[in-house]
Design a protein around this ligand. Structure first.
Ligand code: SF4
Length: 323
């Protein structure tokens, strides 16, 4: 059986969000404004890497990860019950040894907050960094750039052996261990197996949480509507979605049986009585354009070829499980 995969960047989220993701609740889609902000943050990370190079650090870029479609050095840690996957923003080579580099580009107020309180208001950053350092078995370099002023904050994290001495960097130690992260994920596994959501734990992260619609915090500002017609429509939507999920599941299982026959009998075309005809073309892969990478690396070309669709009504309906 395949082990579940957790992302290092999300392993510090609240347990409820981790479990919701694993149970395949639908994440809230990013708005266009959020997509633009994410792209801007990625570009700011490139600027921060240039700042590091300007200070004489030998920085290497992991480039694009073809396995995951993300940017950075792909790293994994395999535990007994799950696998943790992450992508290091950069690495730095110091005295011939590579160390993991994590870059954050924050708006002015969050940058100031980090300067004053370090990881305390950003527990998910601490979790991510602990996982990255564990994957490399090395202390980490942490660079926090202000998106507004460019001011960098520079840290060396958990250098217990005192192997790193870089002028201008502050040594700090995180008040969190890798074993605590693993224990938390083992608790998440329990909820996932029993298909239940843990209680809400409100935090700063709730504002950006992709599953906030499942929580009081995500709904407390929404006006509640009890119109009978809308309640019926919502129930009809749920029934339709359940029926579609079941139909997709049936079709997947049927396809697997027919595929098994086609492969084992080495038959590429055949009929199944008068119900269906089958054409099997073997294991194939098709080229696709990596839109996110094109948008990031060659925005000039991306803009030339982008076409707007016809206007459509942008409505999204998120179902609360068991609601
Ligand atoms: S909104 Fe807050 S409490 Fe709810 S899942 Fe997200 S982080 Fe957890």
């Amino acid at each position: 059986m395949n082990k579940p995969i957790y992302h290092m960047s999300g392993s510090g989220y609240c347990l409820r969000a981790i479990v919701a993701e694993s149970l395949e609740y639908e994440p809230i889609k990013h708005t266009q404004a959020e997509e633009t902000l994410l792209l801007h943050a990625t570009r700011c990370e490139n600027l921060a890497a240039m700042q590091m190079q300007d200070e004489g650090l030998e920085i290497i870029d992991g480039g694009h990860c073809d396995r995951c479609g993300r940017n950075g050095f792909h790293v994994e840690i395999e535990e007994d019950d799950f696998i943790l996957v992450g992508h290091l923003d950069r690495k730095v080579i110091i005295n011939g040894t590579e160390y993991p580099v994590e870059i954050k580009s924050l708006g002015r107020f969050r940058h100031l907050m980090f300067k004053k309180k370090l990881f305390e208001p950003f527990p998910e950053y601490a979790t991510q960094e602990i996982c990255y350092m564990r994957s490399q078995r090395k202390p980490g370099i942490y660079w926090v750039m202000s998106r507004d002023t460019g001011e960098p904050l520079k840290y060396i994290i958990n250098d217990f052996g005192g192997e790193l001495k870089i002028p201008g960097f502050t040594h700090i130690e995180l008040d969190l261990t890798y074993n605590e992260i693993v224990s938390n994920l083992i608790v998440a596994q329990y909820y996932i197996q029993t298909k239940t959501l843990p209680d809400e734990v409100h935090s700063n992260g709730c504002k950006w949480c992709n599953y906030r619609y499942l929580c009081e915090i995500g709904n407390e500002t929404l006006p509640e509507v009890g119109d009978l017609g809308l309640v019926q429509a919502a129930n009809l939507y749920r029934e339709g979605k359940d029926a579609r999920d079941k139909a997709e599941d049936d079709m997947d299982r049927a396809t697997a049986s027919i595929l098994k026959y086609a492969k084992e009998s080495e038959t590429s075309k055949f009929k199944i009585t008068d119900i269906a005809s089958v054409s099997y073309g073997g294991l194939v892969s098709r080229p696709r354009v990596d839109e996110a990478r094109l948008k990031d690396e060659r925005p000039d070309i991306y803009k030339q070829y982008i076409k707007m669709t016809k206007p459509f009504e942008d409505i999204r309906i998120y179902l609360k499980k068991g609601g």
